[in-house]
Structures are given as C-alpha cells and as structure tokens.
Design a protein around this ligand. Structure first.
Ligand code: FAD
Length: 494
C-alpha cells in the first residue's frame, strides 16, 4: 500500500521521464511538411539527445567505460589532442538526457562516459566516484552501507559529472543544487593538464565547471558528500496555489523536514489554482531499513494515468483527485533511497505524432503568485498539452558562475507534450519566449539543459555571469576546443 502511494505521487515525474525515454529510442523528427521521420540512431555519425530534436553531425563518437585510474585520463587526453590537431570541437556527455545539444560537439569528437566505480569514505561522509557513474550505481553502493546521495535529480539515470555540469537540483530539502555537495573534482583541461579543483584549490576552475556544461574541463572523478539513509514519513497539505510560496517556506523552516515537493492542478478550467505540498520527516522507527526499491507494476499503472491526461481534461481532474484525496489516505513510509531510486521509466505513449518536452523555471518564493499569473496567461493560450508541474526548493547557490539560484528559489519543473510538426515547434518556441520574458520580469531564471528556444538576449538577462564565464573559458581554451550547442548558440555570443 505504501509503495503504491509513493509511486502514485511520483507519477508525474516518472511518467514524464518514461515518455521522454521512450521518445528517445523512437527517434521522431519534425519535417517541413509536418510529417515525421525516423532519426539516425546514436551510432557515431549523428548524435541526438533526449528531445530527439537535435540530430547533429559529429566526426567521431567514443564510449569510455573505465574506473578511477589513469586509463580514463589518458583516453580523454588523446581525444582532446586529436580534436585540437584536427581543429575540431570536443565534448563529453553521459546519459544524454539534456534536450538542446548541450552534450553534442558539431562535427567534432564526442565522448560518452558509461558507468563507473564508487568508493566510500565512511569516516568523512564522502564518496569518490568516476565521472560517468549513474546515480543508480551510486545508490547501489551507498544503500547497503546506510548512506544516500545528498542531492541528485528526481531520477537515477543521469551521470554524476553531468549532474555537476548542469548543477542539477533534487527534492532533498532545504538544500542548494548538487554542486553544493561536491568537495572536489579532477578534470582534464583543454591544455591536457589534469587538475584538482575545489573551493580552496583552483577555485576559479571549480566555480566555472560547476554548471559549466562541459565547457571548462573534462571531469574524470568527483568527491561528493553523502547523507544518512533514513525511513521517512510523508505529510500532505492542499491549499490555494497563491499560498504555495509562503507555505513552502514555512514548512522548510521546520528542521525535521528533509524531503519536500509540491504539485499544482493542470486542468485548463482551473489551471494552477490549487496546490499540494508533500513533506517528509524521519519516521519513528529507523530499524531494519529495507534495501532501496526500484520501480514496480504500480509505477506503470500510475504512468498510464499520467499519460491518459493527454487531450483529456476529465482525466487531468481525476489525476488531481487521486493525488490530493487518495494519496494522503494511502501515504506510507519509504526510505530516502527508495524515494530517489526511480529510473526513467520506458513507457511509450504509443503516439508517433508527439514528444514530451521539459521546461524549468526558478522564482523567489515571494514572487510565486506573479509566477502563477504569468503561467495562466501564457500556457493555456498555446497549443501545447500541459501534463505536469512539480515544485521544489533550491537554496542559494553562492558558487556557480552560471547560477540559476543566486537567491533561494522555487523550481517549477514542467512537462509538456508537443506535436511533432513545424507548427508544434514554432508554437513551443513562441510560448517559451513569452514565459521566459514573464519570468525575467519577476527576477527569475529558466534552466539551461532543455530546448534552446529562448533568445540570446533572454539568456544574457537571466545569467548575469555569462560574459565573465565566456571570457574565462576563452582564456583557458583559446582554440575553443571544448564546444557544444550551448556555447555555439548562446555563451559564445555574449
Ligand atoms: C527526464 C528528465 C528529468 C530530469 N529531472 C531533473 C531534476 O529532477 N532536476 C534537475 O536539476 N534536472 C533534471 N533534468 C535535467 C538533467 O539534470 C540534465 O539534462 C542532465 O544533464 C542529465 O544528465 P545526463 O547524464 O543525461 O547529461 P548529458 O546530457 O549527457 O550532459 C549534460 C552536460 O554535462 C556535461 N558533461 C557530462 N559529463 C561530463 C564530464 N565528465 N565532464 C564535463 N562535462 C560533462 C555535458 O557536456 C553536457 O553539457 C531532467 C532531465 C530529463 C530529461
């Protein structure tokens, strides 16, 4: 019963991700006449990402599956050197779930880090991890020892260095982005030098590489803080969406709360009118913690419910009823590791005409009512199907040069279903720019790993550190060898 509840409440995340994963393998591309084509698979000549909307020619694709030893460093150095000799771009990726070519070097040498080892340092509450390790591997090592990742995304498929490189956030609270939990990284610079970077050693490199989208160095390992794994008990509260910023801030002032997220209703008639806040505190019984669970059959049922919302307002209202009325009645305890050990479920929406696309916006809690107004004005006026929004808290990020949370912010993770046509793409671009304009107007920011629809000017206004970042990058990489679409389309232009 408890397991069903947990899965049901996480359905938005899991199902959204599942659909994205399914799309990834399906490989549909919009064409001029609005029909769909199959894209070329990820085989070395064309690289794509989770959106399947970025097929990009590359020169060579190398997969590296190694450990914390010198072999990884040597292999990476060789690729960088070769790219420099050829005058090509170089870039490393991991799970390739970014959606705007952020891990793709056009006509260049792409490296994919697969898997990796994890070494525990229990005495210091740390672990050292190979850059390409996925969070599922980290949890597998930490869980039997009674530990848990301190901050990671809501799913376990992503690479650890990639998480640092986008400075991702999760829903452990009240913490900052994942970079806040990283003590040091080892990386190969464009010069070929292997350096250690931390807040006290090569601090400039550390701050630029955190959220630096692979443009500063090729990270080979990281030393990261871990938390204790715990059994947690959820609490559910429903209120007017306008109250969410205040309610969330008040809830997180309770030091007993260590995981938290929110939801808003998404049916068009009552769009973003109601909010649900789910907070987790330590359960009384901390004995005999079960091993971290994976996805079960109920996850698939919940995913079906999520998917059935497409074009169906009644199902959107029904899902909200399940989340807000049924979920609290069935709420049960779960361990921290079980809550975050959720894979990107491969649930195909069986709709070759559409693709799931994520957006994410960061706003201060006190501007949340204005954020709601912006969304109500812009989103229902588009042709996009809005399926889900999850709300998280991200504490101030004092480190990263490209920080999206220079002050504490609420993160709104949105999932859309987009028609795979030129008009669907044009509508998505128009809607995104309108949303970003509104968000900038209330001092917020948009997240960089998704579709690259905002304008360069919008990027510049959201990320005040961008010009300084670009100068620093040019100083350590004069030939601009470390490049991807984020550099080509935005950072290299500021
Ligand atoms: C379904 C889904 C769910 C998501 N959920 C969340 C969430 O809960 N919270 C959140 O904050 N974000 C979330 N995201 C965004 C996600 O965190 C980023 O897309 C992240 O980059 C994905 O990791 P990846 O392994 O796929 O990275 P990739 O796309 O492979 O790479 C991302 C970036 O990291 C760089 N990089 C990768 N490895 C290295 C390395 N070794 N050295 C230097 N640079 C490197 C790449 O060059 C690239 O710029 C989600 C995305 C999707 C698609």
């Amino acid at each position: 019963m408890a397991n069903f509840s947990r899965r049901a409440l996480l359905v938005g995340g899991a199902a959204a991700l599942g659909a994205i994963a399914a799309n990834r393998f399906r490989g549909h591309l919009p064409t001029q006449d609005g029909t769909t084509n199959l894209s070329t698979p990820m085989d070395g000549s064309i690289l794509n990402d989770a959106s399947e909307l970025n097929p990009t020619p590359i020169f060579k694709h190398t997969r590296i599956e190694t450990d914390l030893g010198n072999a990884t460093v040597d292999a990476v150095r060789a690729e960088i050197k070769a790219a420099q000799n050829e005058g090509r771009a170089f870039n490393i990726g991991a799970a390739r779930h970014s959606m705007g070519g952020q891990a793709i070097p056009r006509d260049g040498r792409a490296v994919t880090f697969n898997n990796g080892t994890v070494e525990l340092d229990k005495a210091n509450g740390l672990y050292k991890v190979h850059a390409g390790a996925r969070w599922s591997e980290v949890i597998k090592t930490l869980d039997p020892a009674g530990f848990s990742p301190k901050v990671m995304q809501s799913n376990n498929d992503f690479g650890v260095a990639a998480t640092f490189s986008v400075n991702a956030h999760g829903w452990p609270a009240p913490l900052g982005p994942m970079g806040a939990t990283v003590r040091e990284v080892e990386m190969v610079l464009p010069s070929g030098d292997l350096v250690t970077a931390s807040r006290s050693q090569n601090a400039d490199l550390f701050r630029h590489a955190m959220g630096g989208y692979g443009l500063i160095g090729a990270i080979t390992s990281l030393t990261v803080e871990m938390a204790k794994n715990k059994r947690l008990t959820p609490t559910f509260e429903e209120f007017d969406a306008k109250e969410f910023g205040t309610e969330f801030t008040d809830a997180l002032a309770d030091p007993a709360v260590n995981m938290a997220y929110g939801r808003l209703n998404v049916d068009r008639a009552n769009f973003f009118e109601q909010a649900l806040l789910i907070t987790y505190r330590d359960a009384e019984d901390q004995t005999d913690l079960p091993p971290a669970a994976g996805s079960g059959a109920t996850s698939h049922i919940a995913s079906r419910l999520y998917r059935s919302q497409l074009g169906n307002e009644r199902m959107k209202r029904f899902r909200w009823w399940v989340e807000s009325e049924v979920g609290p009645m069935m709420g049960g305890d779960a361990t921290r590791n079980s809550l975050i050990n959720e894979p990107v479920v491969t649930l195909d929406d069986r709709n070759p005409e559409r693709v799931d696309i994520l957006h994410e916006y960061f706003v201060s809690p006190d501007r949340f009512p204005e954020f709601l107004e912006i969304c109500r004005r812009v989103i229902p006026a588009s042709f996009q199907e809005f399926l889900n929004v999850t709300l998280r808290f991200v504490d101030r990020d004092p480190d990263s040069i490209l920080a999206y949370a220079p002050v504490p912010r609420i993160a709104a993770v949105m999932s859309f279903s987009q028609e795979l046509t030129q008009r669907g793409e044009a509508d998505m671009a128009r809607m995104t720019r309108n949303l970003v304009d509104g968000i900038i107007g209330i001092g917020g920011a948009y997240y960089l790993p998704y579709r690259q629809h905002p304008t360069v000017e919008q990027f510049r206004r959201c990320y005040s550190g961008a010009a300084g970042f670009a100068d620093f990058k040019r100083s350590i990489d004069p030939e601009r060898t470390f490049r991807n679409n984020l550099w080509d389309q935005y950072i290299g232009k500021v």
